[in-house]
Design a binder for this molecule. Sequence first.
Ligand SMILES: O=P(O)(O)OC[C@H](O)CO
Ligand SMILES: [Mg+2]
Length: 274
Amino acid sequence: MLGICTYSLHTAPFISRSHSSFLIKSSFRNHTAMANSSATVTVRKAITHIIFDMDGLLLDTENFYTQVQEIVLARYNKTFDWNLKAKMMGKKAIEAARVFVDETGISDSLSAEQFLVEREDMLRDLFPTSDLMPGASWLIRHLHAKGVPFGLATGSHRRHFELKTQRHGEIFSLMHHVVLGDDPEVKQGKPSPDIFLAAANRFEGGRVDPSNILVFEDAPSGVLAAKNAGMSVVMVPDPRLDKSFHDAADQVLKSLLDFNPSEWGLPPFEDNGS
Ligand SMILES: O=P(O)(O)OC[C@H](O)CO
Ligand SMILES: [Mg+2]
């Protein structure tokens, strides 16, 4: 792992996998010469590749799950809370469904499989209305313009992925690859590292060392999955999530709009916002 150092924003290069250590040191030397004319930034880690989560991170879809789960629980005179939400989010559908019926004590009346069937009609109507989260388009377009490779790793299965992204085809088409929750290589959902390791293996040129990958996540299970895969994680949590879940992340941001690529050795945003 590279140590933290400071370098000039104006000399920040896009760091290639094989030369990351050298370029960081080189930039550090340049910083001394340019200290008077340039802002400085602390480099946390030399990142070459990005993996994005989807629900609650790029797409504002977590509220749909919450709405539907509240409706189902109301039938049993129970309420849905963020303690339960934290245990479900990011997981594969069937895994989250088992948590839902077990934790709420309704499993004798409603199986996990029945719950998935019950909520499906509601979700099918809601998902096509999904909006992008603030900063999602901006960050993806920036990384694409600068040639930084990035992919997607979502617990969503294929059918839901298609519904959620149908209004955002252009943005999602910029992903180098997409790994879904029903992918054969994803034996277990987050917090298992399966999905992030599968995503790391599918970049152009083959497997990318997890230590060079930065994951963006909103869910506690997703942050743990990325750490279990040996990757760095920026967490962009819902403000209602208990702050104790922030501890596992390398960086916590209120919004993708607050991300500073230079802190991770990535090409900086330019003055025009690109
Ligand atoms: O957060 P994601 O993209 O892994 O999606 C997981 C579930 O579909 C929703 O929590
Ligand atoms: Mg998520």
